[in-house]
Design a protein around this ligand. Sequence first.
Ligand code: BJW
Length: 253
Amino acid sequence: MNLPLEPGSYLLVLTGAGISAESGIPTFRDADGLWQGHSLEEVASPEGFARDPRTVWRFYAERRADLASAAPNAGHRALVEVEERLGDRFLLVTQNVDGLHTAAGSRRVVELHGNLMRSRCTGCDRWPFKDSTVYRPNGLPICGRCRAKGRNALLRPDVVWFGEPMPRDGMLRIQAFVDAAGPRLRYLAVGTSGVVYPAAAFVDAVRGRGGQTWLVNAELPANADSFDHVEIGPAGTLLPALLASPAAAAAAL
Ligand code: BJW
């Protein structure tokens, strides 16, 4: 199938962990949804961090280490190509914190759940900063600025945990894009289980405005019934065909 992008149409894409699976990055819920026996809520919530910051930092340090050897795959690259055709009529919203869309060359990206390779302080308002440090298993990172003032505030990864709000600028950007697109909006969700809000509800918002909706996923997600078109399979294989330009799609016939 080819996703028809008539002249003037807009494409809003939502990606989840599934698009990075073929880059070797584990998804959250595919196996048993556990990390070393801990539930996702234990390692991805402010309450979990307050209770056991060492375990939470071990989870993120391990993922930082894994990311060092990961590279974008054909699914990421297919999204770069369609962005090059659509320009400002394209917006990519990712729930992933791995930065692989940007590494592939995507430019119009909203990182809805933050970025794994940034940290911020839990005690002061210093700006989030790039941080690829794989903190030692038993050490806890302390903010250097707070320490200089005699305080021991912990650093935390600059990601969005359960119960925390989405970045305001990102949500405003999505709203402005949807408003500009009006009835010319096309929506594509890729590699996401459709259980985490607000992202899981984007499809209903688009349909409520008369936009058409597509899904590419390895299996039927929780919100599959909300989509007009569903393709089941690996994103790295399906996306290049779905998003091929009309000329490329015709040549492939
Ligand atoms: C492939 C594939 C291949 C595999 N090709 N496919 C409304 C109703 C009910 C609950 C809520 C609601 N509104 C809010 C909530 C609460 C909560 C929530 O959604 N809870 C539900 C779980 C019940 N939401 C929140 O708390 C959010 N905050 C919020 O709403 O704030 C409101 C607020 C306003 C004002 C003030 C204060 C608060 C925050 C959610 C944050 C989620 N954070 C995490 C961690 C991020 C950091 C990190 O990475 O560690 O985000 S949790 C985790 O889940 C991560 C992911 O981005 C997210 C989604 O997971 P994803 O991407 O879908 O991955 P998987 O593993 O679930 O699925 C992968 C899929 O890919 C599978 O289907 C595979 O089949 C498929 N796949 N290989 C294609 N090759």
